[in-house]
Design a protein around this ligand. Structure first.
Ligand SMILES: [Mg+2]
Length: 191
């Protein structure tokens, strides 16, 4: 067992794949055809893996509770995503999905932290001090609660003008996952 591997937490939509807002059925990734990898996102994940990082994916998929697509469909999409990553030598260790909408009062829909805590237990890791990369306000809020350093990427649903109005600001902002990863790896070198 390699003990030194650190885990980086990643959001999915708007970070790895094109945010589905506004151009897909119900603005969710309800079918694989709506899952479009963002430029260089696979390569960025591979870079992290190669530098000794594991990846845990934490994603809200409330469209399931809303009845727009099924859990089976999500499982199928996840499997295909993992397979595409693997083809290029990249790996997400485990993907955690919240299937609820607000009215379900779950404890896992970001900015709630249930999925992070589950990942900590299952993967036997500590989130605190590591990074969470997401494209939304609730990603930044969840990171703050978990003691994770937040990186907001502008490749999804947020833009700089919007961030100015957020009470809680991200620790870092980059255009996309690839740039965020370059930053993380540069920091690591300097240690
Ligand atoms: Mg997102």
């Amino acid at each position: 067992m390699k003990k030194n591997r650190k885990t980086i937490f990643l959001d999915r939509d708007g970070v790895i794949n094109k945010d589905p807002g506004g151009w897909t059925e119900h603005s969710y990734v309800t079918h694989w055809e709506y899952f479009k990898f963002l430029p260089n996102s696979i390569e960025a994940i591979k870079k992290l893996n190669d530098a000794g990082y594991d990846i845990a994916l934490i994603s809200n998929q409330g469209g399931i509770s809303k009845g727009y697509y099924s859990e089976d469909k999500l499982r199928e999409i996840n499997k295909k995503m993992m397979a595409e990553l693997e083809k290029k030598g990249a790996k997400i260790k485990k993907a955690y999905y919240c299937l609820h909408q607000d009215s379900d009062n779950c404890d896992c829909k970001k900015p709630k932290t249930g999925l992070f805590e589950k990942a900590e237990k299952e993967l036997n890791i500590k989130a605190q001090g590591n990074f969470f990369i997401g494209d939304g306000k609730m990603d930044v809020e969840a990171a703050e609660k978990m003691g994770l350093k937040s990186i907001l990427v502008l490749s999804g649903k947020s833009d700089l003008a919007g961030v100015r109005d957020w009470e809680l600001k991200p620790d870092y902002i980059f255009d996309n996952l690839s740039e965020a990863v370059n930053f993380i790896l540069k920091q690591k070198e300097q240690k």
